[in-house]
Ligand binder design. Structure first.
Ligand code: SAH
Length: 345
């Protein structure tokens, strides 16, 4: 099978070229065509030799993803459903903010982390996404929506730290000076808390942001919500986050979905503030997107506001996240879930 261009980091492209008798500097020329000029037809890459153009045509695939569905919300949020070569479908979302265009990238087909509130885990992990499939979500959205993507959040379906190496190559490609040139500070990876990978991530050269899906102030609630807490307890997780901040000097985000009657009491806000006090971090309070299969309910606005104020009162920086695309959403991952279910029938 031909190799996909988006699988190649600049280093792997250069060694591929050299192994085939071409000059390594052509790697940068080709990257510039593809990522800066949006030219994916080698015949149009006029500053490289005919022999190299022929080599690319023969050995490398440059195509975009196959769009099976696209929904646009009133606020401009666009949700794409892409079909992969083996028939699986993935969801990728483009969000329009005043500071730029942000893409929420999916890292796996399905997810095995089994968080009890999340639609993505209903159909367990089928496989990891390849580097090409990660990069191509961004490339295809830029191509189809005619936008320049400025921010990336790896917060779609899947656990990025369960597909660590591919996600890191993806970051290298989108961050590269002749790749999409998305700055490290504009890239965020979100994890449910795979502790050893947090230490690996701290050592990466490209210092992209880290978000932790915390969702609970103690082990009892967190273990009920998230299976991963039985593997790495909340104390181990918090220790790893502290170490990460010490090693990188970077601020971390804690994500906390407010679930009615589960984790949204003032006492939980107090417990949460004691848990994370002193860490260079802020809490992103997320309104729950109800999922048809589950009984969890969203905390109402007034209660959410009180929770937020309590954190602030106790010296914890927090934000109440604005909901985007709720009219098309029917919850994160649910559009894909519907399609996957149809295809399984
Ligand atoms: N596996 C990674 C990244 C994917 S989930 C992680 O756990 O961080 C991205 C974020 O969406 C996580 O914080 C997750 O807990 C949250 N999420 C999942 N289902 C949700 C829902 N129905 N409503 C709101 N947030 C949800």
């Amino acid at each position: 099978m031909k190799q996909h261009f988006y699988d190649l980091t600049i280093e792997s492209l250069k060694s591929l070229l050299m192994n085939n008798g071409f000059k390594s500097y052509s790697g940068d020329q080709i990257f510039k065509w593809v990522y800066e000029q949006n030219v994916t037809n080698p015949e149009l890459m006029t500053n490289i030799s005919k022999a190299l153009r022929d080599f690319l045509v023969e050995n490398i695939v440059f195509d975009y993803m196959n769009v099976v569905n696209k929904q646009v919300a009133q606020d401009g949020t666009e949700k794409y459903l892409f079909k992969l070569h083996d028939g699986h479908v993935i969801e990728t979302v483009l969000m329009n903010y005043d500071y730029g265009q942000s893409v929420c990238v999916t890292s796996q087909v399905g997810c095995s982390m089994g968080c009890s509130f999340c639609a993505s885990g209903i159909i367990t992990k089928k496989r990891d996404l390849s580097v090409a499939e990660l990069v191509n979500q961004v490339a295809s959205i830029q191509h189809h929506s005619k936008v320049k993507v400025t921010h990336i959040v790896v917060m779609g379906t899947g656990e990025p730290f369960d597909n660590y190496d591919n996600v890191m190559d993806f970051i290298r490609i989108i961050n590269y000076k002749h790749g999409f040139q998305i700055g490290a500070r504009h890239i965020t990876v979100s994890t449910c808390g795979i502790v050893p990978r947090i230490y690996d991530y701290a050592k990466e050269v490209i210092k992209s942001n880290l978000a932790i899906s915390l969702h609970a102030p103690n082990n009892e609630i967190r273990s009920r919500l998230m299976k991963i807490n039985k593997v790495f307890s909340i104390n181990e997780l918090i220790k790893a986050v502290k170490d990460y901040v010490d090693m990188t000097n970077r601020r971390v985000t804690f994500e906390y979905i407010l679930l009615k009657g589960v984790n949204d009491d003032i006492s939980h806000a107090n417990e949460l503030s004691d848990l994370i006090r002193g860490i260079n971090a802020y809490v992103n309070l997320i309104p729950y997107n109800p999922v048809d299969d589950f009984d969890y309910k969203k905390t109402d606005q007034i209660r959410a506001q009180k929770f937020y104020q309590q954190l602030e009162k106790r010296g914890i920086n927090a934000t109440l996240r604005r909901e985007l695309g709720s009219d098309i959403d029917a919850a994160c991952g649910q559009l894909r879930l519907k399609k996957e279910r149809e295809s399984l029938q």
